[in-house]
Design a binder for this molecule. Sequence first.
Ligand code: PLP
Length: 405
Amino acid sequence: MLRKNRLFTPGPTPLLPAAQTAMAAANIHHRTADFRALYTHVLADLKSFVGTQNDVVLMASSGSGAMEASVANLTSPGDKVLVLTAGKFGERWTELAKAYGLAAEVVGAPYGQTFALDEVRARLIPETRAVYMQATESSTGVRHDVESVARLVRESGHDTLLVIDAITGLGTTRFDVDGWGIDVIIGGSQKAVMVPPGLAYCAVSQRAWSRMETTKSPRYYFDLRKERKAGAKGESAFTPAIALVAALGAALDYIREQGSGDLAAGREALIANAELCAEMTRAGARALGLKLYASVPSNALTAIASPEGIESGAIVKAFRENFGAVVAAGQGDVMKSALFRIAHLGYYDYLDTIGIIAALEQVMARIRKVEFGSAVAAAQEAWAARMSATKANWFSHIYPIGNSL
Ligand SMILES: *Cc1c(COP(=O)(O)O)cnc(C)c1O
C-alpha cells in the first residue's frame, strides 16, 4: 500500500498547513512596520496562549536555548539550585547547572516515575535560588505535579524562583501560571504549536526580571532583558527567524479559531484534544496487553514499554516501513530499547489517532497473537465516552438536536 509519511514524535510534530503557507509567504524584512506588527501580535498572542500577564520573550533557538537562558539569566556562579529530574530532559537541567558553575542539588526519581513531594520540601532551603523541573518529561511520558511543587516553593517563603520546562507541557497541560507563581515557563515551536523547530519562548515573572538585575552568570545572545526591551518595540534583539514567526502567528490564529475567537478557549480545546488522543491511545495499548511506561501519563505523549524480548527499535521500524508512521524510540542508553512513544501534542485528530492504534495492532500481530479490533474498540469506547460526557452533539449538523442517535 501507499505510505504517507506522518510524524507521531513528541517534537517535531505535524505541521499546520496554514503555518506552512504563512512561512512560505514571509518575504519581509525585520526592521519594518510589517514585521513589527506581526511580532507585536505574536508576542501578545503567546501571552494568551501561555495564560499569563507576564511578558513573553521569543528566541531563535530550539527549546534548549530558552532552558539555557533561564539558567544564564537567573543565577550567579556558585548559586544553589534544586533540579527535579526523572528523565533525559531533567538531566539537561543538571548539565546546564554544571556548565554555569552552579551548586545543583538533585531530587531524582527512577525513569517512568515522578518525585516525592516530601523530598522536594526537605531539600528546599533558604539558599535555594531556583527550582528547575519539567512539566511533562517527554523521554518517559510522565506528567510531573507542577502545581504542588509551586505550592511548596511559594509556601517556603524563600527567595526561590520556579522555572518550568513546559516545552511539551504547553498546549497539553493546564497551568495557572500567575496563580501558582511560576517564574519562568518555557515552550518550543516544534511541539504543540504545530510549527517547525527553531523558536523557543518563555514567560517571565516580575520576580525573575528583578533577579536579573543582580545575577552574574555570563550571557549574550540569550540575554532576556535585551529581548524584552526589543520586544516592547515590536522587534527582536538580533535577526529573528522571520518565517517561523509568521508560521507561529498563523498557528496561534488557528488555535484561536478552535476557541471560536477566544485564544484561551482555543488553548483549552487543544489541551482537551491531546487529552482525548492520549486516552484513546492508552486504552488501545492496554487492550493489547501492553504496559505504559509512565506512572502518571501525560497528555503530550504515550510511552509504551516494549513487550518482553522485543527492542523498541524493531517496533519503530515496523511502524515506519509498513505505515510511514514515525514514532519515537526511547532516549538515552537505558530507555532506548525499552519503550516507544506516540505523540498527541498539537495537530492530531481522531483519524490520526485511530489510525496509529490500528497500526499498533498490526505491528503487535507480528510479535504475538492479536485479536484485531480490540485496541481500536477500546479507543472507540474512550472517544464515545468522552463525547457523551461532554454532551457534544457531534451529529448536530445532520440530525436535529436531541435526536442524534
Ligand atoms: C523537546 C523538548 C525539549 C527541547 O529540546 P530541543 O531539542 O532543544 O527543542 C526540552 N524539554 C522537553 C521536555 C522537550 O520535550
